[in-house]
Design a binder for this molecule. Structure first.
Ligand code: ASP
Length: 348
């Protein structure tokens, strides 16, 4: 075999092994019951990884469940009283951003210099209005800033100091960057640095605890929103899929609403969120088929792992994950709050 063929063989073998490992963990698809013609529906996620089976009985897992429940309750209160989907998303994601158990807000992962830098976006399906912030290190609740960008400016995305400045000028809470840092995240970074000295997280494992929500409100509008600290030990300046409309977040009343979590570079290259909605719009595919086409058929074979939560205009929800650890929850006007933190539990 000449060297090039040998190398190709090795690369293919590597991906097959990597994919076999992920496929084993493939957490499959769930289509939870949301009742017939619900007036409103909210589905949330808290990332697709980071939980070892041994962690499931811990106090942290218990707290994670409580946080998911509180997040659903916060969104549901707004939806029940006739509030908009984007108001509900802000309320639901703030709960998860304030919790130290997710990769968003306090407890977010740290970049290569030990700083938590947030990406966040929100989108309204009624008129395709969208707002996002990227690389922010001072905004306490990034989802609130993303919504403010959508509502108060003609822009779609603000980044870094510009985003922090905009938030402070718009009355949002800005904090000392130390607020976000937890001991667990500091240790995680130190471990990663010790294991792979001098490298950044270009590929390989990461802690997925990104938070996101998709909503159908009483006005018949779909919305989606997502916040993340990105990837542990990420390169200074690296921005993932989360603030990129069409990659990590998308909503259109004519097709669907999507919030993703996973290996952001793949979500951007495959324009996952918009891809799902486009398949529904142009190919007439069901929500489930379209979401599986992107996550299982397109991303998994190339080593791009992660999950999406998605909703169609009738309020039907799907959770599709390539890992066994998608933290997720759902509630509607006619079904109670249900949530789960790995593939052993179901929200059906
Ligand atoms: N998608 C995020 C990113 O790549 C990470 C995650 O979802 O955990 O920035």
């Amino acid at each position: 075999m000449d060297t090039i063929i040998q190398m190709r063989f090795l690369v293919a073998a590597f991906f097959l092994c990597a994919n076999a490992a992920h496929a084993q963990n493939y957490g499959a698809t769930e289509v939870p019951d949301v009742g017939r013609n619900p007036e409103w529906v909210i589905a949330i996620h808290g990332g697709a990884g980071g939980t070892e089976p041994a962690d499931l009985a811990t106090e942290k897992a218990e707290q994670t469940r409580k946080d998911l429940q509180a997040s659903l309750a916060a969104g549901a209160r707004i939806l029940e009283s006739g509030g908009t989907g984007t108001e509900a998303i802000e309320a639901a994601l703030k709960v998860l951003e304030d919790s130290p158990h997710f990769n968003a807000g306090r407890g977010a992962v740290l970049d290569e210099y030990g700083v938590a830098r947030h990406d966040s976006s929100i989108m309204r399906g009624e008129d395709l209005a969208a707002g996002a912030i990227a690389g922010s290190s001072r905004i306490r609740n990034p989802i609130a800033a993303a919504r403010a960008v959508m509502e108060q400016t003609q822009n779609v995305m603000l980044h870094g100091e510009g985003a922090d400045w905009f938030a402070s000028q718009n009355g949002l809470e800005v904090v000392n960057p130390l607020y976000f840092i937890t001991e667990e995240r500091r240790n995680q970074l130190l471990e990663k640095r010790a294991k792979e000295p001098g490298t950044v997280a270009d590929a390989g494992d990461s802690y997925f605890g990104t938070v996101g929500a998709v909503v159908l409100d009483k006005h018949g509008n779909l919305s989606a929103g997502t916040t993340t600290g990105g990837r542990a030990n990420k390169r200074f300046g690296r921005i993932g899929d989360t603030p990129v409309i069409g990659a990590g977040t998308y909503a259109s009343n004519t097709s669907c609403a999507v919030s993703g979590t996973g290996h952001g570079e793949y979500f951007m290259r495959w324009t996952v969120a918009r891809g799902i909605c486009a398949r529904m719009e142009f190919n007439d595919e069901s929500l489930k088929d379209a979401a599986e086409a992107l996550i299982v058929d397109s991303l998994l074979p190339v080593g791009g792992y992660g999950a999406v939560i998605a909703m169609d205009p009738s309020g039907k929800v799907v959770f599709v994950s390539t890992t066994a650890n998608l933290k997720r929850g759902v509630m509607s006007s006619s079904t109670p709050a249900r949530f789960a933190i790995n593939a052993d539990n179901e929200v059906n």
